[in-house]
Design a protein around this ligand. Sequence first.
Ligand code: HEC
Length: 114
Amino acid sequence: MKKLVCALATVTVISLSSTSQVLASPGEEIYMENCAACHGEDGKGALPGITPDLTSLSGPLSKSDEELITSITEGFESPGSQMAMPPLGGNDELDEDDVKEILEYMREEFGDDD
Ligand code: HEC
């Protein structure tokens, strides 16, 4: 139930964001808008067996910032993959700073240090 309340709060924040300043971190907002549909709000992946678990210790976040920024910006496909990650999650309006904000958010939320 706590999770659901959080999710609803996030949706509300996003829907207000076009008219007012947002309280959530910029990275969180961009992640929820552009990435959560496939990767899940909890980072575990919304498409089982297709999207990787970002919270796994040996998962994608074990790679360097440089590699991840490249994967996010240019897209990513692992060998034998059923579905590739689209460049910038399909939103080519995101710039390098946005990608860095998302990465910071993902490391904070899904990384091994929490
Ligand atoms: C349409 C679904 C979709 C969207 C939207 C999406 N991804 Fe992905 N992402 C994937 C899939 C599928 C993979 C795994 C691809 C593979 O392994 O071939 C992936 C892989 C990744 C990886 C692992 C890359 C690596 O080097 O191991 C990261 C990090 C990532 N996505 C971040 C993001 C971020 C950040 C966003 C938002 C800007 C995003 N994704 C949006 C589907 C998506």
